[in-house]
Design a protein around this ligand. Sequence first.
Ligand code: ADP
Ligand code: MG
Length: 240
Amino acid sequence: MIAINNIHKSFGDVAVLRGVSLDVASGEVVCLIGPSGSGKSTVLRCINGLETYDHGDILINDARVDTQQADIHALRTRVGMVFQRFNLFPHRSVIENVMEGPVYVKHEPRQQARAMAEELLDKVGLNDKYDAYPNQLSGGQQQRVAIARALAMRPDAMLFDEPTSALDPELVGDVLTVMRTLAEEGMTMVVVTHEMSFAREVADRVCFLHGGTIVEEGPAKQVLSQPHHERTQDFLRRVL
Ligand code: ADP
Ligand code: MG
């Protein structure tokens, strides 16, 4: 579903991605791990066209991701993204936040959008928060609204960029539970995370990024328990 072929990316003269290749099959869950500054967020941002890349290509269902092209907006609706910070609209209620994309981007009838938003909010455990405002919710609840909002666009794949890193520890579990359910339902997911137990249990594959390249990848248990590469071993010693 997602094919990344040897992409390179520099900011000025700083090479941030130096030949990253990654294929993600439909229904697969891939976790990207690696130290701060290794290029994880840049990879995700390139996948859904928030960032350009200099060389190589990225195909989503065989369509090239090209920020210059008019259909880049259509592409972004097919790939949902959830960020570390929730980016909800503060002056709109929870349900309006979830309805926003379907109504204003996809021009769905409000009634239909509302029904789907309710269904998604129920799914993420917020059936009693439809009319609350973001600042009345905990960080974990806000992040679950952000997930529901991304799902409301009926994406083919979901990208998560450290979705639990900004949360108090006791709020992390509910968000990971929602993500685990999505994975079990067959959603194609690329997840940047420092939650190694989530990666171990949920990921089909783990990729370790360092200095803008994937230095090691494989089944989650192998990479996390018996990493071959010295840099992966170093990294895991520090985070586990
Ligand atoms: P990670 O998510 O693994 O922490 P990033 O992809 O955010 O890494 O960043 C990789 C490198 O690219 C870092 O050195 C960062 O400072 C740099 N970088 C990221 N975005 C920009 C930008 N917009 N302009 C300049 N440098 C950037
Ligand atoms: Mg990042």
